[in-house]
Design a binder for this molecule. Structure first.
Ligand SMILES: Cc1cc2nc3c(=O)[nH]c(=O)nc-3n(C[C@H](O)[C@H](O)[C@H](O)COP(=O)(O)OP(=O)(O)OC[C@H]3O[C@@H](n4cnc5c(N)ncnc54)[C@H](O)[C@@H]3O)c2cc1C
Ligand SMILES: *[C@@H]1O[C@H](CO)[C@@H](O)[C@H](O)[C@H]1NC(C)=O
Ligand SMILES: *[C@@H]1O[C@H](CO)[C@@H](O)[C@H](O)[C@H]1NC(C)=O
Ligand SMILES: *[C@@H]1O[C@H](CO)[C@@H](O)[C@H](O)[C@H]1NC(C)=O
Ligand SMILES: *[C@@H]1O[C@H](CO)[C@@H](O)[C@H](O)[C@H]1NC(C)=O
Ligand SMILES: *[C@@H]1O[C@H](CO)[C@@H](O)[C@H](O)[C@H]1NC(C)=O
Ligand SMILES: *[C@@H]1O[C@H](CO)[C@@H](O)[C@H](O)[C@H]1NC(C)=O
Ligand SMILES: *[C@@H]1O[C@H](CO)[C@@H](O)[C@H](O)[C@H]1NC(C)=O
Ligand SMILES: *[C@@H]1O[C@H](CO)[C@@H](O)[C@H](O)[C@H]1NC(C)=O
Length: 528
């Protein structure tokens, strides 16, 4: 009986919010931008329409996935590259009152392009110009604006201190806006958790154009934007973060083992030890396609990638005790500063100047790709691995990342932030296929589904969990501009588990008319 009532209420809610949607009025939207200037600076300098010669380049350079980067395939009306906070407020208010959808973009790395495509008319609110960073070394804190990249943040931290760092992702062009609001996962996870565990304040523009901080938004909204994705709730302007302690010198290594060199056995042992190692050590395993012994032959290699908060000698001792099968040699290990490890993790050769961390995208993206994720709670048997290798070898270019959990992740409650995947995980899988030509899309998407089917028996179920930052439309989605609460429940429970219901309640409180909506947004549902 209770269930029937819920369904009826939900249907009612959806139809009410649909009835309230204003018909899009582009002309009035543009007039509104010129008309309503909150702080006196004209918004024209931040506005790109099809008439501006730089429209296409400003669109494509921040479209990381070439699958979605053709501007001719979008219903894009304009790009607003806000130069000051008032531009953000004005864009939100003018879009809302004129029934125009917005897509918020910081670094443009969304795997499914949800920050820059839509099937209904929309504008991109681009945060790339709002990128200031201030570091407070004595208090071990920083303010970082949404459009700053991780490379810029890491550089500023290292300039200010040799022993401070921030736990976040590996790729230096990720935007602070999207990356941190989706969780923010990286190689300090076992010692320090993820980015949202170190966010202490935030500035956000709400649906009415108000700028809120932690005190004025309240603890529930502040909880939601730490892992629930910012774009369902408002526009993140900036984060205040805690910095963490790292030693002056860390140690990293990369070691390959092919199937012929016993990769399956080493990886099987890795499954039992990687989440139990000292939390100063993060040891990722990366199965990938490699050249076989004979020309033209392919095999699987597992690349073991490590970061240790300590010396090479200590690291050698830990590996020799726990995973001697790896055959780690002292000369595989490099001791370096934390900032230098951030380039090592991006596969730049040791010795590459760290100024490379400041490079921003300027050209259209090179590759088309598809990614998926899984959480693993018990070791995958060797037979399972062999099936995985067989399927991987059907691709031209695919890799997986097996990212160990444990450490502090087992101690942070699943409801401490909106990001729920904590205790009981051995590791998280990321699947990643790349190709260069749109002709390859159907084949690669088909193979990704096959690979995901092959791993199904070995990963989390009911629900099969997924990581929000590894955006995947296959886990459920809505059409652009529409939100069905039933469909949202499907992706919502996979991304947010037990935190999903609270997220829908918070959404109902702060954005009841569902202005901030997209294919995988959180729908407003009143607490019942
Ligand atoms: C090459 C590559 C490497 C990656 N490595 C990692 C990694 O190591 N760890 C990890 O956790 N993830 C990683 N990711 C995934 C990445 O964290 C997510 O794609 C993240 O959402 C990117 O943030 P962005 O600002 O760059 O993306 P965008 O595409 O700009 O935004 C992503 C989402 O956040 C929303 N959003 C963006 N800015 C704001 C804002 N200011 N306010 C509200 N909502 C906003 C967008 O609307 C969209 O829904 C990687 C992705 C790529 C392409
Ligand atoms: C412009 O601003 C004036 C005064 O605030 C208001 O009356 C008018 O409706 C606005 N026009 C548009 C198109 O927003
Ligand atoms: C786009 O073109 C308009 C009209 O020429 C101009 O006013 C505006 O400044 C241009 N936008 C940018 C970002 O250069
Ligand atoms: C988009 O369309 C324009 C006009 O038809 C064309 O000149 C341009 O090459 C197209 N761009 C892409 C990336 O297909
Ligand atoms: C590991 O294998 C990959 C793929 O074949 C190769 O590019 C890389 O150079 C190898 N790395 C090491 C450390 O051997
Ligand atoms: C960091 O890298 C730079 C550039 O390669 C190098 O000059 C420097 O010695 C390295 N420092 C440390 C401590 O790793
Ligand atoms: C998290 O759950 C625990 C019980 O499981 C509860 O006591 C606590 O209040 C919850 N915290 C939040 C922030 O909801
Ligand atoms: C992609 O397909 C089109 C149409 O079938 C064909 O003309 C083109 O040559 C193909 N491109 C490549 C690189 O195979
Ligand atoms: C619909 O819009 C009207 C007028 O803006 C408002 O009073 C009402 O609360 C809205 N209803 C819902 C369910 O959002």
């Amino acid at each position: 009986m209770k269930e029937v009532v819920c369904v009826l209420l939900l249907v009612l809610l959806v139809s009410i919010s649909d009835a309230n949607v204003t018909k899009p009025d582009v002309g009035n939207f543009l007039r509104c931008l010129h008309n309503r200037t909150y702080l006196g600076t004209p918004i024209t300098e931040a506005l790109y329409t099809h008439e501006n010669s730089t429209f296409v380049s400003s669109y494509v350079s921040y479209t990381k996935n070439k699958r979605y980067s053709n501007p001719n395939n979008t219903k894009l009306i304009a790009i607003l590259a806000a130069k000051q906070e008032s531009h953000v407020r004005q864009t939100v208010v003018c879009a809302k009152t004129n029934g125009i959808q917005i897509r918020i973009r910081s670094g443009g790395h969304d795997y499914e392009g949800l920050s820059y495509i839509s099937a209904v008319p929309f504008v991109i609110l681009d945060m790339l110009n709002l990128r200031s960073i201030t570091i407070d070394v004595p208090r071990k804190k920083a303010w970082v604006q949404a459009g700053a990249t991780l490379g810029e943040l890491y550089t500023k931290i290292a300039e200010a201190s040799k022993t401070l760092a921030f736990p976040a992702g590996v790729c230096s062009t990720l935007g602070a806006g999207g990356h941190i609001s989706g969780g923010g996962y990286g190689n300090l996870i076992r010692k320090y958790g993820i980015s949202v565990d170190h966010v202490v304040d935030a500035q956000l523009v709400d649906v009415n154009g108000n700028i809120l901080n932690r005190a004025t938004m309240g603890e529930d909204l502040f909880w939601a934007i730490r892992g629930g994705g910012g774009a369902s709730f408002g526009v993140i302007l900036s984060w205040k973060i805690n910095l963490v302690k790292v030693p002056k010198i860390l140690t990293v290594f990369k070691v390959n083992k092919t199937l012929e060199q016993g990769a399956t056995d080493v990886l099987y042992k890795w499954e039992f030890v990687s989440s139990k190692l000292p939390q100063e050590l993060f040891l990722r395993a990366m199965p990938l396609i490699a050249d076989g012994a004979k020309p033209g032959q392919k095999t699987i290699a597992v690349r073991f990638y490590a970061q240790f908060l300590g010396s090479a000698n200590k690291l050698m001792a830990i590996i020799n005790k726990n995973l001697p099968e790896l055959g780690l040699k002292r000369e595989d290990c490099y001791e370096m500063s934390w900032i230098n490890t951030t380039t090592f993790w991006q596969n730049f050769p040791v010795g590459t100047p760290t100024s490379i961390l400041l490079d921003r995208p300027s050209a259209p993206p090179g590759a088309l790709f598809k990614s998926k994720s899984d959480y693993v709670k018990k070791p995958i048997p060797k037979e399972g691995m062999e099936q995985i290798w067989k399927t991987m070898l059907k691709f031209n270019n695919v890799f997986m990342q097996w990212n160990p959990y444990g450490g502090v992740m087992d101690k942070i409650p699943a409801n401490a932030t909106a990001f729920p995947h904590r205790e009981g995980n051995l590791f998280k899988i990321q699947y990643f296929a790349l190709w260069n030509d749109a002709n390859g899309t159907d084949a690669n998407l088909g193979l990704m589904k096959e690979l995901y089917d092959v791993t199904k028996p070995y990963v989390s179920s009911n629900p099969r969990e997924a990581f929000l930052n590894y955006r995947d439309l296959d886990v459920g989605s809505n059409p652009s501009g529409e939100t069905s609460v039933e469909k949202a429940q499907i992706y919502g429970t996979k991304y947010f588990l037990g935190n999903y219901k609270r997220l829908t309640n918070i959404k109902a409180k702060y954005d009841p008319e569902n202005f901030f909506r997209f294919e995988q947004s959180i729908p407003p549902v009143l607490a019942m």
